[in-house]
Design a protein around this ligand. Structure first.
Ligand SMILES: [Zn+2]
Length: 216
């Protein structure tokens, strides 16, 4: 059996853990950024209003002292509001970079882990491609090897293979057991084998063969 391909499961697990640990900080950053954007929008709106009110004071549209006093009050309150908005913006402009700094180590770790996963997947793809090439080469070579086998034997092999899947042959281990299914072979089967007769395992139906001793 080939070793299972490492597609970076451990690294993915680590990324998930780091992300979940950093989640509260990430949420805080998002909320502060949203708050800042909202403050900027409101400051711009109120500044436009202030500009209009200030020019109204001097362009002669104001009728009477009461209206002028009311407008001056409105201007003063707008100025106060804008000051408050700007002071909160200043706080956020200091806080946001600090939060980003806290997130930096996690972001760096995740970036490195993702690079490691990519490298592992590229390697896995490479060995898959190599295996496919080898497999194709062996398939292409099969007719040549099959031609060396007597036709009746080959027909028997192919019919067994349809039932059992590949391989359709099994070696006899310790002169007694079928390696494919583990059954202990009866004496008559072993006898037939020793007489070189074509013999199948009675349990898994694979064609049996005896191992050839290496020192012969
Ligand atoms: Zn068997």
């Amino acid at each position: 059996m080939a070793k299972a391909v490492d597609s970076g499961q451990a690294e993915l697990e680590q990324i998930r853990r780091i992300e979940s640990e950093a989640e509260p900080t990430r949420k805080l950053l998002a909320s502060r950024q949203a708050e800042l954007a909202d403050l900027e929008r409101r400051t711009a709106e109120q500044s436009d209003r202030l500009k209009l009110d200030r020019s109204a004071l001097y362009d002669g549209t104001i009728k009477g002292a009461k209206e002028a006093i009311d407008l001056e009050k409105k201007i003063a309150s707008l100025e106060q509001e804008i000051e408050a908005l700007e002071s909160r913006q200043m706080e956020l402009l200091e806080e946001i970079p600090n939060i980003e700094k806290q997130l930096r180590p996690a972001r760096r770790q995740i970036r490195d882990l993702k690079a490691a996963i990519q490298a592992k997947r590229a390697l896995a793809q490479e060995s898959l491609n190599r295996w496919k090439e080898e497999h194709a080469a062996r398939l292409a070579d099969r007719p040549r090897i099959a031609a060396l086998v007597p036709a009746d034997l080959l027909a028997r092999y192919d019919s067994v293979r349809k039932r059992t899947g590949t391989p359709a042959m099994s070696v006899v281990q310790n002169e007694s057991a079928c390696v494919a299914c583990g059954v202990v072979l009866p004496a008559r089967t072993l006898d037939r084998l020793s007489q070189d007769a074509l013999t199948a395992c009675e349990q898994c139906h694979r064609i049996l063969f005896l191992p050839v001793p290496l020192d012969v």
